[in-house]
Design a protein around this ligand. Structure first.
Ligand code: ADP
Length: 256
């Protein structure tokens, strides 16, 4: 009888526990939905005014309303640079949140690799030219891989943007090498390089090398973390090799 009573007691405890777990789950689901709504709204609310700032600064800089003094032009350029930096930080933080919430949908399709890489170069060419850096692409022109075009584009934009940002002379080369089951896309730069002891920092959220030469270049420390997560979602990974003072190579491996 004592055993039956103990069993009844246990069953009662069990059902109470189940109820509490289910209440907690609903609570968590609601909190998660609220967070997603917040992020979706925030993304819109933050980007709209920033785009207005960028738009009107651009109009002023084109001297459409009238001529500018050298001082005014310098100040407008600072406004524009700061607003662009803020926009890219907001984009990074929202992308990170989206990935963490599991809200990023991967839609594989046949993608021409060289085409995407040329687009990335075209986008970043003005910055490279300003720094007098050479850009080179070595890729089989017709190679197609089954992957998500947007994610591939975002990863490559991050890697090439970093390569340009952390390079002051020489240039950036992309090499695409198809292998049996995977394709390797290498971004090779002749930049500041990374000490071996700092390599562990790179793919960590907000991780930046703590040196003057890195601090003087703008960044959030989120780009590589986002890129690595995206690469994983595509079934691949990113690896890095670097020689301090000589340059770095970031390689994206994707299944093909
Ligand atoms: P961010 O570029 O915004 O700082 P990332 O996550 O893209 O953030 O990169 C993290 C850190 O890795 C950088 O701050 C820098 O210290 C290092 N890093 C990334 N790419 C390179 C590169 N091509 N050359 C040298 N250091 C790099």
């Amino acid at each position: 009888q004592a055993r039956r009573r103990a069993e009844q007691h246990l069953a009662l405890l069990n059902s109470e526990l189940e109820q509490r777990v289910s209440e907690r789950t609903t609570e968590l689901e609601r909190a998660n939905q609220a967070k997603d709504m917040f992020l979706a709204n925030m993304s819109h609310e933050l980007r709209t005014p920033l785009n207005a700032i960028l738009g009107f600064t651009g109009t002023l800089l084109m001297k459409l309303p009238g001529p500018l003094t050298a001082d005014q032009e310098r100040q407008l350029n600072t406004i524009q640079r700061s607003a662009r930096h803020l926009l890219s930080m907001i984009n990074d933080i929202l992308d990170m949140a989206k990935i963490q919430a599991g809200h990023l949908e991967i839609q594989p399709e046949p993608v021409n690799c060289a085409e995407v890489l040329n687009e990335v170069f075209d986008h970043l060419r003005p910055i490279a030219e300003q720094k007098r850096l050479e850009l080179a692409l070595i890729a089989p022109p017709t190679l197609q891989i089954q992957t998500d075009r947007r994610a591939l584009n975002q990863i490559m934009l991050n890697l090439v943007n970093n390569a340009i940002k952390f390079t002051d002379r020489g240039g950036v080369r992309i090499e695409v090498e198809p292998r049996d089951t995977q394709v390797a896309i290498r971004v090779v730069d002749t930049g500041i390089g990374i000490r071996e002891a700092d390599l562990g920092l790179l793919f960590v959220e907000f991780g930046r090398v703590n040196s003057a030469e890195v601090r003087q270049r703008e960044g959030t420390g989120l780009g590589l973390r986002i890129s690595q997560r995206l690469a994983e979602l595509l079934g691949g990974r990113i690896e890095v090799q670097s020689c301090y003072g000589e340059g770095s190579t970031f390689t994206l491996y994707l299944p093909q």
